[in-house]
Unconditional design. Structure first.
Length: 318
């Protein structure tokens, strides 16, 4: 439950999911303002990779997406089918690779003011065909209040065709990293860095770079959270963000933190290097580690919105 989605409920049922080999099936549903459902079949082997086939469907209705100085109402539905190999280990990374078909349909795309040119394709519907490769490692000792470890992720995708309308192929590359450094027993510093670059002449809106919100991927898969941006801001093709959280443990389960995020986004590497499009956000957060998940409240400001924003959340992220 939080101020972005009000109330969310996650339901999961599975068959043979804890076995070390053989067939397994999972059904996961999210009941919220932006509902989702996923059917996942996989076959596990003892030594080799797992073979996966999954279908998911989601609907997102976001009242405010910011495009530069323009504001848009955006809703869309997404049906995704993918088949891939997982459980491939390399160093500390858990690797996945496969192919997918993404069917997107824009329900509304209404602008309240002029929207700047971002090199985006606003086609109302299409089925995009692509291939992907990603890897992830997480050694944090706690998912919400870590004191040691790191989290790293890499992702590459190639979208090469459209079944409804022909598209120009494009590529996306993403890198995420976060770690922990302790300054004594009560003070913790958490630095992070994120990159996402798009390569191609035109990119569908569904794949556009975006920052904002408290949880990455809530409105768009590739959306990066950013303090001081309560909604989402669509960015240029090249996006980089960095952040540092200074967290102080007051008592066993009570924490306060100062949050600082930086970002830069441009249509080319050359323009990004100039630093003319840099932006930042800053805020303060109180959190409590409860048995039902973290309880958090923060207030923030950013140069993207130039206004104060607040967030309150109770429970685990999903």
């Amino acid at each position: 439950m939080d101020t972005e989605e009000i109330i969310s409920l996650l339901v999961n049922v599975g068959l043979n999911v804890h076995s070390v080999r053989g067939h397994a099936f999972e059904l996961t549903g999210k009941i919220s303002m932006n509902p989702q459902v996923k059917l996942h079949y996989y076959y596990k082997t003892i030594k080799g990779p797992a073979i996966n086939a999954a279908f998911s469907s989601r609907y997102v209705d976001k009242s405010k997406f910011y495009f530069g100085d323009g504001e848009m109402n955006l809703s869309y539905s997404n049906n995704r089918f993918e088949t891939y190999l997982s459980n491939i280990k390399w160093i500390n990374l858990d690797l996945n690779m496969g192919v997918r078909a993404d069917a997107y349909r824009l329900g509304s795309l209404l602008a309240s003011s002029e929207v700047p040119e971002l090199g985006l394709d606003d086609a109302s519907r299409n089925i995009f065909l692509g291939a992907f490769f990603n890897g992830h490692a997480d050694t944090f000792d706690n998912g919400y209040f870590p004191t040691k470890g790191f989290n790293i992720g890499v992702d590459y995708s190639w979208v090469f065709g459209g079944l409804v309308d022909k598209i120009d192929a494009f590529h996306s590359v993403r890198f995420d990293f976060k770690t922990v450094a302790n300054l004594g027993h009560k003070v913790t510093v958490l630095p992070s860095a994120n990159l996402r670059f798009l390569f191609g002449n035109s990119t569908p809106i569904a794949y556009a770079n975006a920052v904002g919100g408290s949880l990455s991927g809530r409105y768009l898969d590739q959306q990066l959270s950013f303090i001081g941006v309560p909604n989402a801001v669509v960015m240029q093709k090249y996006l980089a963000t960095a952040g540092v959280d200074l967290r102080v443990r007051l008592t066993k389960n009570n924490y306060v933190a100062a949050l600082l995020d930086f970002g830069d986004s441009a249509s080319s590497f050359k323009d990004m290097a100039k630093g003319d499009s840099m932006f930042l956000g800053a805020g303060l957060e109180y959190s409590y580690n409860s048995v039902i998940g973290p309880v958090r409240a923060n207030i923030g400001w950013s140069t993207l919105t130039r206004s104060l924003g607040a967030y309150v959340g109770v429970g685990f992220d999903f």
